[in-house]
Design a protein around this ligand. Structure first.
Ligand code: ADP
Ligand code: ZN
Length: 619
């Protein structure tokens, strides 16, 4: 393999036509024996960066991975491409483990996936010193950093790797976008001389949408309407909410399962594996559901509640569309969530920690409140500038409407003033809308001049006004004190009528992204989820999907191990009729042609015959 052209490996082994941005440069550098540090978003194609060099350089590649499930999927994928891969972790029975070690010593493996603590055990290090090593790949390298959200103490030991094996190149990879974590990683892994590659963190295939939260379950089901058969994750803030939403979805006929840290490990494992294998469509989860998810065809991620920071939002939404096909990220954003998160922050941690977390929450709300291209705001948070608006977020597709909100703002602010800044948002709105709530009567607040002056606006509209007033700095919410609303010094000129205020109209409906509705007959063939401009036969796609599922079940692997959705879409677009044509499909290398070519070619031919015959009969 030494002299093999990397282009040949890409085509024959992995079935791809060309490298993605940065991949080739990184691969060449690893082959040359240099250290590399790779920052690429989820779905960017990090795996190939070490998999191709592993096949060119002599010896076995040692890949460090934090989770058993990730190792298993990677090993299955490599095997499906005809490569010799194994993992060595606590899930193996003793006999299996011995077999793996035997293969390792007989130099039969291209790849060995291993957990960091096993790798760094003195006995294992001694073993490795006798072997030819192609490279070390440290996947999910952010686990070494305490700044990151997935810190794993076992990863810290990996810092010694550089000294133990001075001649073996190390490649560390992560999708973590924040700067502090990045510098921490290179230091801790002692990769001071590594080439650093930073890809764009833009995920152009993910469409960002933010709605003001209002009857969230209805908003969710409306969103799900055109997503039958599609995989997605719904994130909630608490275990209780997870249970609730999952149950409601089930009651409404959706294929959904809950996932949170309060479930037994076998329940969690069952849910995750059902999701990976396309046996359940929707996982409703807390953020505990995360890193082990490398399913490429997650088509949507919903944040039912507000995430605590943009890092989390980016990471969670990033689980959608790893395969590059169009995907959606929906966030439901409500005033109560902000108060809830603030109270959680204030309950926990010391002052410095709280300050950081509150700052992060403010950035999150600023993102949700922003009236400019979401992608620009998001990337800007990670210090990346986008030159133009994205055309694939709710703001770009459906620019917000604004109105002169001066009078509404004055009503709200003066109501806060009249109740002496001692009540929270819900109560203020009750007064404004003239509610006949007992508490209002008891406190005599129905006699206030602001009682009932806001009947013209809905509850949601008032929520939106108050939220904007907080965000724009006219009101503040005193979280330590029952979230009561207080006026800031900026409120005065507005109350006195010395200033005008433009507000955004609330957005609670998903009317935006369904733009450019196509006629029915056309829609059946052209799916918006295909690669840009690629028309494909939906009927054939479903047949191939079913075939893939049957094969996967027989083999006990996830369907995406056999073929990605991208591969099936291309098959349904190009109707390959020969082995040579089948090989041109994205993701089809020699091994997959050999194993599945005949079955899929046959299914494609049969479908073609069936659709052609009836139309001939009509003529
Ligand atoms: P990451 O680890 O960065 O999240 P992966 O390595 O899992 O990303 O790759 C994401 C997807 O992109 C996978 O389905 C992979 O097969 C595909 N992919 C990677 N590189 C290429 C390429 N050069 N051409 C086509 N598809 C690719
Ligand atoms: Zn945009």
């Amino acid at each position: 393999m030494q002299q093999a052209d990397i282009q040949d490996i890409l085509r024959n082994t992995f079935g791809y036509d060309r490298f993605r941005p940065l991949q080739e440069k990184i691969i060449r550098s690893v082959i040359a024996g240099e250290d590399n540090f790779v920052l690429m978003p989820t779905g960017g194609g990090k795996s190939l960066c070490y998999q191709v060099p592993a096949l060119v350089r002599p010896g076995v590649a040692i890949v460090v991975s934090p989770l058993i499930s990730l190792m298993q999927d990677q090993v299955e994928s490599l095997k499906a491409n005809g490569l010799a891969a194994a993992y060595y972790n606590s899930s193996l029975a003793e006999a299996e483990a011995r077999q793996v070690l035997a293969k390792l010593h007989n130099e039969e493996l291209d790849f060995l996936y291993i957990a960091p603590e096993r790798l760094m055990s003195p006995a294992f290090l001694t073993r490795l010193k006798d072997l030819d090593l192609a490279l070390f790949a440290i996947d999910e390298a952010h686990c070494v950093s305490q700044w990151g959200h997935d810190f794993r103490p076992e990863y810290l030991q990996l810092g010694q790797l550089r000294q133990h094996f001075p001649a073996v190149p190390i490649i560390a990879l992560t999708a973590t976008a924040d700067k502090q974590t990045r510098t921490d990683i290179t230091q801790r892994l002692q990769l001071t001389n590594a080439n650093v590659h930073i890809a764009s963190f833009n995920r152009p295939n993910i469409r960002y949408t933010i709605l003001e939260k209002q009857k969230p379950f209805n908003q969710l089901t409306e969103f799900l309407q055109d997503k039958k058969n599609e995989s997605g994750i719904v994130y909630c803030l608490s275990r209780k909410r997870v249970e609730e939403v999952a149950e409601k979805l089930q009651d409404n006929g959706y294929s959904a399962l809950p996932y949170h840290a309060g479930l037994s490990s076998s329940q969690r494992h069952m849910a995750q594996s059902a999701f990976q294998r396309d046996n359940v469509n929707i996982i409703v989860a807390t953020i505990a559901f995360g890193m082990g998810i490398d399913k490429p065809n997650v088509r949507f991620v919903v944040h039912y509640d507000l995430p605590k920071h943009i890092e989390g939002y980016y990471q969670e939404t990033g689980r959608a569309g790893r395969d590059g096909l169009a995907s959606e990220a929906l966030l439901l954003y409500g005033l109560n969530d902000i108060a809830l998160i603030k109270s959680l922050i204030e309950k926990n941690g010391h002052a410095e920690q709280q300050r950081i977390e509150l700052h992060k929450l403010n950035c999150m709300t600023a993102f949700a409140e922003s009236q400019t291209c979401r992608r620009r705001v998001l990337l800007n948070y990670f210090n990346e500038q986008l030159a133009v608006d994205c055309d694939n977020c709710d703001i770009c597709l459906n620019p917000p409407e604004t109105y002169d909100g001066t009078v509404d703002a004055q009503k709200a602010l003066s109501c806060v003033y009249r109740v002496r800044e001692r009540y929270g948002a819900n109560y203020i709105i009750d007064i404004l809308r003239g509610s006949d709530d007992q508490r209002i009567k008891r406190l005599g607040h129905e006699r206030l001049s602001t009682y009932g002056i806001g009947k013209d606006l809905s509850l949601e509209a008032w929520h939106s006004v108050l939220r904007q007033l907080i965000h724009l700095g006219y009101l503040e919410q005193d979280i330590a004190n029952y979230s009561v609303l207080r006026l800031t010094s900026h409120a005065r000129p507005l109350l006195r009528g010395e200033q005008k205020l433009i507000l955004a109209k609330p957005r609670t409906k998903l009317n935006a992204p369904k733009e450019k509705k196509q006629t029915h007959s056309k829609r059946e063939k052209t799916d918006r989820k295909a690669a840009p401009g690629l028309e494909y036969d939906r009927g054939l796609f479903e047949k191939l999907r079913a075939l893939r599922k049957r094969l996967a079940e027989k083999m006990g692997v996830a369907p995406f191990i056999i073929f990605s959705d991208v591969s099936l879409i291309e098959m349904s677009a190009y109707f390959p009729a020969s082995e040579a044509e089948f090989l041109t499909i994205n993701g089809v290398g020699q091994k997959k042609l050999e194993n599945y070519g005949q079955l899929f070619l046959k299914a494609i031919q049969e479908h073609k015959k069936n659709v052609q015959e009836p139309s001939h009969a009509l003529v």
